[in-house]
Design a protein around this ligand. Sequence first.
Ligand SMILES: NC(=O)C1=CN([C@@H]2O[C@H](COP(=O)(O)OP(=O)(O)OC[C@H]3O[C@@H](n4cnc5c(N)ncnc54)[C@H](O)[C@@H]3O)[C@@H](O)[C@H]2O)C=CC1
Ligand SMILES: O=C(O)CCC(=O)C(=O)O
Length: 428
Amino acid sequence: MAYTSGAYITSAFLENTLYTIKRGIELAGLPVEFYEALARPKRILIVSIPVRLDNGKIQYFEGYRVQHCDALGPFKGGIRFHPEVTLADDIALAMLMTLKNSLAGLPYGGAKGAVRVDPKKLSARELEELSRGYARAIAPLIGDVVDIPAPDVGTNAQIMAWMTDEYSKIKGHNTPGVFTSKPPELWGNPVREYATGLGVAVTTREMAKRLWGGIEGKTVAVQGMGNVGRWTAYWIGKLGGRVVAVSDINGVAYKKDGLDTSLIAENRSLSGPSLVEMFVSKNGAEHIKNPDAIFSIDVDVLIPAAIENVIRGDNVGLVKARLVVEGANGPTTPEAERELYKRGVVVVPDILANAGGVVMSYLEWVENLQWYFWDEEETRKRLEAIMVNNVAKVYNRWQKEKEWTMRDAAIVTALERIYKAMKTRGWI
Ligand SMILES: NC(=O)C1=CN([C@@H]2O[C@H](COP(=O)(O)OP(=O)(O)OC[C@H]3O[C@@H](n4cnc5c(N)ncnc54)[C@H](O)[C@@H]3O)[C@@H](O)[C@H]2O)C=CC1
Ligand SMILES: O=C(O)CCC(=O)C(=O)O
């Protein structure tokens, strides 16, 4: 069975994702036709978005919306604004969403969107124009029961607000359920801002309980201080773990006795690198200029929460942690993962560990469709219960199959649900 996309569009990330799906299908004993059904997205839209820059010139930005699979329900997945994003990587991210949504038991298929842009180089007005332009460009393909985007790298609640407003103007009425992770003042739920990080932290606690009897005092390093990384560090601190290092593109903040992660909530407005600087200036942390030093810090748990393909064959030897929890999508290559398992290091896969974001998006969407809202406490409890249950489900499956990785257990569980739906529909 070939596991390459077989198309002219490819990337290391896409090939790794296809390899993982193929391996899952083989381990689950499912037929080759199922692989064929998942190896290509159902639909791809490529768009060009004109933006009038502040200097008066017009610049065109390329964007995508990849709808991978809708066997389980409407397409769902974030939108990435990043200068190096490619269509192939966007396809890989959409495939991971199909698996993640299935594993979490959500009534969703998988999708992902992207625009090749460095949002930090745009003014607020330019960013708003780009966001509205992207929403207009993909409007024919999305809808509150069709495809529901949300944030990913480089996007946030304000961008979701602009996109929801733009889409609602096109429809001629308010359509809150078409994007999730909106600000609370525009039908969002306050939990969504920190939901992915909370989910990663709860996953880490649940794994630490099983591996070591608890998370209390266990040392943790977090790569990335964006939405996922910062809230992971914050909640790890709240749950009793000791975060000794955090990093961003400009370097690492390290403190042997543990960083005061409660400062993260007090400094909500700071961006990633400034949070690292904040730990140095306000918390007495050491500043290590090389951002990759995060991998070699001697900790119990390493949490890559920045971007894909960061733990690879060439640097996996640096990792000293006993547990890797994937906050980012696709941070560990298959080669690196094999090496880690050989050394007895457990890797908790992205589709399990970082599902808190989309689970919370689902709760927000249910609120939006009903125009009925739960309070913060109630939604947080629901999110935590789903995460705890998902970790137990995957861990127990993994325990029964000693030759498998935790990723295998997660992917097989996700694939079986999609297969049953496709079979029942008569798609395969
Ligand atoms: N935002 C969400 O709800 C979800 C995000 N994810 C995944 O989590 C990861 C992070 O996403 P967000 O936090 O939303 O993005 P973000 O854009 O808020 O933050 C990403 C951070 O990573 C940093 N970074 C990039 N390359 C780095 C490197 N080589 N070393 C250290 N830091 C680096 C950036 O400077 C930035 O601070 C991505 O893989 C994303 O797909 C997964 C589930 C949900
Ligand atoms: O909240 C969502 O709908 C999607 C989040 C996302 O893009 C992800 O989990 O990678």
